[in-house]
Write a protein that binds this ligand. Structure first.
Ligand SMILES: Cc1cc2nc3c(=O)[nH]c(=O)nc-3n(C[C@H](O)[C@H](O)[C@H](O)COP(=O)(O)O)c2cc1C
Length: 221
């Protein structure tokens, strides 16, 4: 698959089959993703890959936590609050488009909550990746981690494996830590559900919008 094709095809998957992702494939893409550039070649990414019974136990705990107590206090806020325009509108638009694919109305709070809560079960994915970074790191290293994550998603896409990056886990970092016991110096950046897409699922039909070039590029000559 051409890189351009992988970039065009990749989309966030929110319904997976139970088909496992092979350990060999996973190791291959992780090794390749580590070719991503990083400031000063620090390679600040730390990844935990969770499968099998350990993942089932984590999902069960996470779902229970969300159902009974909701989110934990995150260690960092994914979005600024308040979120200014035009970002607020973009976020709203993709949310509306997502719920439309599954016929959940704007005022159906329970329906929306139920769909959002599926994040805790990684949308049924058989593999969970959790990306950590040393707390001492700066924005530069968070950029590096982002490059690593996107490289990884494209390599998986090339192999027919679907992904959903999940900031959602920032609100479950304590529950997650009980299961994987990361060292204190590490902080969770995000999770990722990984597996094979359930192609018959309506939610996977979403194709998110993008702004036109003139909205985000200024050419100066
Ligand atoms: C770091 C990061 C965290 C994300 N967190 C979530 C999440 O918790 N749950 C979710 O359903 N989608 C999540 N997304 C997916 C975004 O909503 C999605 O990338 C965006 O709407 C664009 O759609 P696309 O990925 O299909 O192109 C996340 C994406 C990124 C890059």
């Amino acid at each position: 698959m051409e890189l351009t094709e992988a970039i065009k095809n990749r989309r966030t998957c929110r319904a997976f089959t139970s088909e496992p992702v092979s350990q060999q494939l996973l190791e291959e893409v992780l090794e390749l993703a580590a070719r991503a550039p990083s400031n000063g070649n620090l390679q600040p990414w730390k990844v935990y890959a969770v499968i099998g019974e350990r993942l089932s136990a984590l999902k069960a705990d996470a779902v229970k936590r969300i159902d009974t107590q909701g989110w934990e206090t995150p260690e960092y806020l994914v979005y600024p609050s308040p979120l200014k325009e035009p970002y607020r509108t973009r976020r709203f638009a993709v949310g509306e488009a997502l719920y439309k694919t599954i016929g959940v109305a704007r005022d159906d709070k329970a329906g929306r909550h139920a769909q959002f809560a599926k994040n805790a079960a990684l949308f049924g994915a058989p593999l969970g990746l959790f990306f950590y970074i040393d707390r001492s790191m700066n924005q530069g290293q968070w950029m590096d981690l982002g490059m690593f994550i996107q490289t990884l998603m494209l390599l998986l896409e090339e192999r027919g494996v679907a992904t959903c990056a999940q900031g959602y886990w920032t609100g479950l970092h304590l529950t997650l830590a009980k299961h994987i016991e990361p060292p204190e110096e590490l902080m969770l950046a995000c999770g990722m559900a990984v597996g094979y897409a359930d192609t018959g699922s309506d939610i996977n039909s979403l194709r998110s919008e993008r702004e036109v070039l003139s909205e985000f590029v200024t050419f100066i000559e």
